[in-house]
Design a protein around this ligand. Structure first.
Ligand code: BG6
Ligand code: MG
Length: 216
C-alpha cells in the first residue's frame, strides 16, 4: 500500500461546523448592513478568522472602515457567537461515513492527522469525542499562513514523519484543495464548488468516502 497517512480538514469534513461559521459571520455582516451570501462564504472556507473578516469587508468596499483594534473586536464577537453555536455539538454530529473511514484507515495502520486553521479545533474534536483518534493535530496558533498556502499540510506530514507524496488530504474548500496540491499530496474534495484544479477524487458528500477507492 502506497498511502501512509490521511490528513483531514475539520470544518465541513469531519462535522458540519462550516454552517456555524457562516451563520456567525452572516449575523455580524447583517448587523452592519453588509452583503454576505453563501457564495461569498466559499471564499472564507479554510481561511483564518482575521482574513475572513477582511474578505467580507473587501466585498463591501469597507476595508478601511475599521482600525486593527476594532477588527480584533469584531473577530472576537464573531467567535463568541460561533463558540455558542458549537456548544451543543456531540459525537452524534460526525458527518456520515467519516467514523467508518477513520476506523478502516487505522485498522490497516495508516496515520491520521487534522489540518484545520481553526483555533476552536481542539474544543470541537473534544465535543465530537475523537480528539484521541489522531496521531497529530496541527496547532492553528502556530500556523502563520492560511490555506491555500501548503504550510498546515506540510507541517502535518513532517510531524507524522511521512513523505507528503504518501499522504491523502481531505477538504471541503477551494483553498484547502489548492493547499493539498501545493503540499504535493493527493486530494479528496467533499462537495467543493469551483477550484483552479479539480480534486484528484471528487465526492458529493462524506457518505461517499470509500476506503478502497481512495487509498492506493
Ligand atoms: C476554518 C474554517 O476551518 O477555520 C474557516 O473553514 C474559519 O471558516 C477558520 O474562519 C478559522 O476558524 P476559527 O475557529 O479559528 O475562527
Ligand atoms: Mg473546511
Amino acid at each position: 500500500m502506497k498511502t501512509k497517512a490521511i490528513i483531514f480538514d475539520l470544518d465541513g469534513v469531519i462535522t458540519d461546523s462550516a454552517k456555524y461559521h457562516f451563520q456567525a459571520w452572516k449575523e455580524l455582516a447583517d448587523s452592519f448592513g453588509y452583503k454576505f451570501t453563501e457564495e461569498d462564504n466559499e471564499r472564507l472556507k479554510g481561511v483564518s478568522r482575521l482574513d475572513s473578516l477582511n474578505i467580507i469587508l473587501e466585498i463591501n468596499g469597507a476595508l478601511d472602515a475599521f482600525t486593527e483594534e476594532e477588527k480584533e473586536a469584531l473577530c472576537t464577537k464573531k467567535n463568541d457567537n460561533y463558540v455558542h453555536l458549537i456548544g451543543s455539538v456531540t459525537p452524534e454530529d460526525m458527518l456520515p461515513g467519516v467514523a467508518k473511514f477513520m476506523a478502516d484507515a487505522k485498522a490497516v495502520g495508516l496515520k491520521l492527522a487534522v489540518a484545520s486553521v481553526s483555533k476552536n479545533a481542539p474544543a470541537l474534536l473534544t465535543s465530537l469525542g475523537i480528539i484521541d483518534e489522531f496521531d497529530y493535530i496541527a496547532d492553528a496558533r502556530k500556523i502563520t499562513r492560511s490555506k491555500p498556502d501548503p504550510e498546515i499540510f506540510a507541517v502535518c506530514a513532517k510531524e507524522l514523519g511521512i513523505d507528503p507524496a504518501l499522504c491523502v488530504g481531505v477538504e471541503d474548500s477551494q483553498a484547502g484543495i489548492e493547499a493539498i496540491h501545493a503540499a504535493g499530496m493527493k486530494s479528496v474534495g467533499i462537495n467543493v464548488t469551483v477550484t483552479s484544479r479539480e480534486p484528484d477524487i471528487h465526492l458529493r458528500s462524506t457518505a461517499e468516502l470509500d476506503f478502497s477507492n481512495i487509498i492506493e
